[in-house]
Ligand binder design. Structure first.
Ligand SMILES: [Mg+2]
Length: 283
């Protein structure tokens, strides 16, 4: 894709503004994880993925992305709109009746960019593996990407899928874990610790990469590019991406409490002030 780093950093600010405004407008939604994954989405859609517009569900000879932790739909929808999948003003319909932008993404509404319904946690890895195997059967050289919450890894289906992917050498898949150590009820370590995640994923036969600066756009681009260089070597690839829930809005950081809560009018104004944009492009 043809974006330079400065343009992408401005996009990240714009997407964060969109996230706050969308969730505030309907007093519901998930800002914390959305803000924490902004650099990942900007890197993926601005640099890393090879995709075609206009969007088609067929997905042949292009990279595919599956969002498994579907509740962070605000960052997904804003990214899709800001990278040309659908008109930006449609972001104003987020979570409204008859909107294509439902709280959790589904394919039923036909929103361009959404390839699977998600939000029932634990299922997206299996879907991504199926798509990656499909590409192999088709002789399609493109890659499949997926994103998962760290709390989501408490779901049993994830571990069956991890085992399956290694056994079947699904080496055209790059899965990323949003490793913020927060989930809806508290810190992941308090709710049900993942233990030594790096060692566990490695023991399950995956190529495991780790990036400590998941909210540094250049670092995220670099680790995703490195992950691409590790594909087609017999192992599925996973990135443990350390992020900060609520990144970019100070009062939303350092806590799990903004997992699924909307800012009020004063909090929105404060957040927007922190996400200063010289050339406002709000929808
Ligand atoms: Mg989390």
């Amino acid at each position: 894709m043809d974006y330079n780093l400065d343009e992408l950093k401005i996009k990240a600010i714009q997407i964060r503004r969109d996230i706050l405004r969308m969730v505030h407008a309907v007093n519901s939604g998930h800002p914390g994880g959305s803000l924490g994954c902004t650099e990942f989405f900007v890197a993926l859609y601005g640099v890393i993925m090879d995709y075609k517009l206009p969007f088609t569900m067929e997905g042949k000879n292009e990279d595919l992305f599956f969002l498994s932790n579907g509740h962070i739909s605000p960052v997904f929808y804003s990214t899709l709109a800001r990278f040309g999948f659908f008109p930006i003003p449609e972001l104003a319909t987020f979570r409204k009746l008859d909107s294509r932008l439902q709280g959790h993404p589904t394919t039923h509404e036909g929103l361009p960019g959404v390839r699977v319904a998600s939000g029932s946690l634990g299922q997206g890895l299996s879907v991504a593996i199926g798509a990656a195997l499909g590409k192999k059967l088709d002789g399609d050289e493109n890659l499949v990407f997926s994103l998962h919450g760290d709390g989501e890894l408490q779901e049993g289906q994830i571990w069956e899928a991890l085992m399956f992917a290694a056994h079947h050498k699904v080496d055209n898949l790059i899965s990323t874990i949003d490793y913020n150590n927060r989930q809806i009820d508290g810190d992941v370590d308090d709710v049900m610790s993942l233990g030594d995640l790096h060692a566990k994923l490695s023991a399950f036969g995956w190529e495991v990469l780790e990036e400590k600066n998941g909210n540094d756009l250049e670092a995220v681009i670099a680790i995703l590019n490195f992950a691409k260089s590790k594909t087609r070597q017999g192992k599925p690839v996973v990135i443990i991406l350390h992020t900060e829930m609520g990144s970019g809005v100070d009062y939303m950081m350092g806590t799990h409490s903004w997992h699924g809560k909307a800012p009020n009018d004063e909090q929105l104004a404060l957040g927007i002030k922190q996400l200063y944009l010289e050339a406002p492009g709000d929808y």
